[in-house]
Design a protein around this ligand. Structure first.
Ligand SMILES: [Zn+2]
Length: 317
């Protein structure tokens, strides 16, 4: 009896999170393949980076979908290596989707040009998927631009459905691309102190983004949907995705396929968002309901400054 009371007291003293770990789910997506900065990398380096990234995901049994810009395959004398890097996705047990051929923004080109860019982006990826008995079924909008007006947005959606696509939304985005340029530059120069500084800033900003959107979605729709995280094919992720996965596990996340995440009813909610600036789907739902997002996490300015100072400044992907 005394023991039972003691146990009861001990349990009551535990923090709430330890008693009741939240059951959260998230799908990982990785854009701008074969590599975000493919232009400044050799084919061999892209293969090496891909092996490291996919090795961690495979070892930890974390599903992922990679989104391809096939334009990046066509570098003279390096096409084979670049296609090899892409084909590793299927060989390691992962799926590929379309991110358009040239990373064209639906807000910047005509609908017709954009549709052609979607079709052109299918050529090699479809062949690689077929080798694993898969078909291309996901499209991720470049820059998350879904159209400058509702008519364009709806016409593009109808076109995508006709071609057998499901749109891959994003709910979590910690701007790894903004870190990646500075990280890759530091990596090339062997500046390990700066690399470490960037990694810890990235992981802590990720925490801030998750804090914000977990709460925001709860306030907005009454629960936390199965989340979809946007990452990019870069050395920051290849070297450190294991630490990122640990951060998410500590928050109570379990890793699910994109297909599983999309089964969440949240992704069928009304969404009339039009606009730009890489706005994610939780913001889409809020804006559709006339609730502008407020007090969003502030991205560390020093990383933006260092990124702007690079000779080849990365643009938002
Ligand atoms: Zn992109």
């Amino acid at each position: 009896m005394v023991l039972a009371v003691l146990l009861l007291l001990m349990t009551a003293a535990l923090p709430l999170c330890a008693q009741n770990p939240p059951q959260r789910e998230i799908a990982i997506t990785i854009d701008d393949l074969p590599a975000a900065s493919a232009n400044s990398m050799t084919g061999t380096e892209i293969v090496e980076m891909t092996a490291k990234l996919l090795g961690t995901l495979r070892d930890q049994k974390v599903p992922a979908v990679g989104f391809v810009n096939e334009k990046k395959l066509y570098k003279f004398g390096e096409v084979d290596d670049r296609i090899k890097a892409l084909s590793m996705w299927g060989d390691y047990g992962f799926e590929l989707g379309n991110h358009t051929f040239s990373h064209a923004s639906l807000n910047r080109v005509t609908l017709k040009q954009w549709e052609e860019d979607v079709i052109r982006g299918e050529t090699v990826t479809s062949l690689l998927l077929a080798q694993h008995n898969m078909k291309m079924r996901y499209l991720r909008h470049p820059y998350l631009d879904t159209g400058r007006d509702l008519e364009t947005r709806r016409e593009a959606e109808a076109f995508l459905v006709d071609r057998g696509y499901r749109i891959a939304p994003v709910t979590m985005d910690a701007w790894d691309w903004m870190y990646a340029g500075v990280y890759e530059d530091a990596r090339r120069r062997g500046d390990t102190a700066l690399q470490q500084q960037l990694v810890s800033s990235y992981l802590s900003y990720t925490g801030a983004v998750f804090d914000y959107y977990e709460k925001f979605s709860k306030d907005l729709i009454g629960y936390e949907p199965k989340q979809i995280l946007l990452l990019h094919g870069n050395w920051l992720e290849a070297d450190h995705i294991g630490e990122l996965l640990d951060v998410l596990r500590k928050r109570g996340y379990r890793f699910v396929t994109l297909q599983d995440a999309l089964s969440d009813a949240a992704y069928s909610m009304p969404d009339e968002y039009v606009g730009e600036e890489g706005t994610g789907w939780i913001d889409h739902w809020a804006i559709t309901r006339g609730q502008a997002p407020r007090n969003t996490p502030v991205f560390p300015q020093w990383v933006i400054d260092r990124s702007n100072a690079l000779p080849h400044r990365p643009t938002q992907p």
